[in-house]
Design a protein around this ligand. Structure first.
Ligand code: ADP
Ligand code: MG
Length: 249
């Protein structure tokens, strides 16, 4: 089943010395980040810190300018997002990108078949399973462009799950949720973890994040400035300064 090395879970994904530049702008700068199989990791950091860009590099949306990414022990730096998705890497987008003219179910079916390379009954099962898990069964036949923002965010997560990933990268799916909705989201993510998936979750709602993750990473200006026990990270002087700096700037 799961690869174990010396009793500890082997990394499912690892970024080594990853850099990303857009022209003269350095957005990621020497990022070393690795996640063990089955782990739940939270990522926080001020806007513009490079969190989404890290997901783009991990998922293969674009290549890093420096460094490498390995998945399941294999160097995948040269592989694009479609290839990595078939290997088990799925992500949700911070700004939802559904196919607006398609129903919720059709959106999931595209994800399962094109993204996850599932066929026939297996694809249908993955869609239904994902809809059920995300509490979207009653919305299956709704056109995606009629959904409100919260349901579009939920659809982002459901689409990622429909590819039957091993690694789920969630980019700010919780913003704007009521307390009740946040509790529901935490329940869904706990279920995902109980299935053995690995979850990396970028979220500003730290109190929600901390109900799920045992490890927290804080990014600032393209670097990881703290990584470890969530309480320790939240009390780290550099982390506090990063947030206060972003408030006052
Ligand atoms: N495709 C892109 N082209 C140019 N600049 C980008 C691109 N993507 C992100 N950036 C810039 O990179 C920086 C980090 O962005 P991002 O990774 O989205 O940060 P975060 O998710 O932490 O808010 C920002 O300054 C943003 O404007
Ligand atoms: Mg972002």
């Amino acid at each position: 089943m799961r690869d174990r090395v010396g009793g500890a879970a082997a990394p499912i994904i690892a970024a080594a010395g990853v850099g990303k530049c857009f022209g003269a702008l350095t957005v990621l700068d020497g990022v070393d980040f690795s996640v063990a199989r089955g782990e739940a990791v939270g990522i926080v950091g001020p806007n513009g810190a490079g969190k989404t860009t890290l997901f783009n590099v991990l998922s293969g949306a674009f290549p890093p300018s420096a460094g490498s990414v390995s998945y399941d022990g294999r160097d995948v730096t040269a592989l694009g997002a479609a290839q990595r998705c078939r290997l088990g890497v799925a992500r949700s987008h911070q700004v939802p990108r559904p196919f607006g003219g398609m129903t919720v179910f059709e959106n999931l079916h595209v994800a399962a078949t094109v993204g996850g390379a599932l066929r026939g009954r297996a694809a249908h099962r993955a869609c239904l399973d994902s809809l059920e898990l995300c509490g979207m069964l009653q919305l299956a036949n709704r056109r995606a462009d009629t959904l409100g923002l919260l349901d579009r965010k939920r659809l982002e997560m459901a689409r990622a799950l429909a590819t039957e990933p091993q690694l789920l990268l969630l980019d700010e799916i919780g913003g704007g949720l009521s307390d009740g909705e946040a509790v529901e989201l935490v329940g869904i993510i706990r279920q995902i973890l109980s299935r053995g998936l690995t979850v990396v979750w970028i979220e500003h709602m730290v109190h929600v994040l901390l109900q799920v993750v045992l490890r927290l990473v804080c990014m600032e200006s393209g670097r990881i400035i703290a990584d470890g026990d969530p309480k320790r990270v939240m009390h780290d002087a550099a982390v506090i300064e990063a947030y206060l700096g972003s408030v006052s700037s």
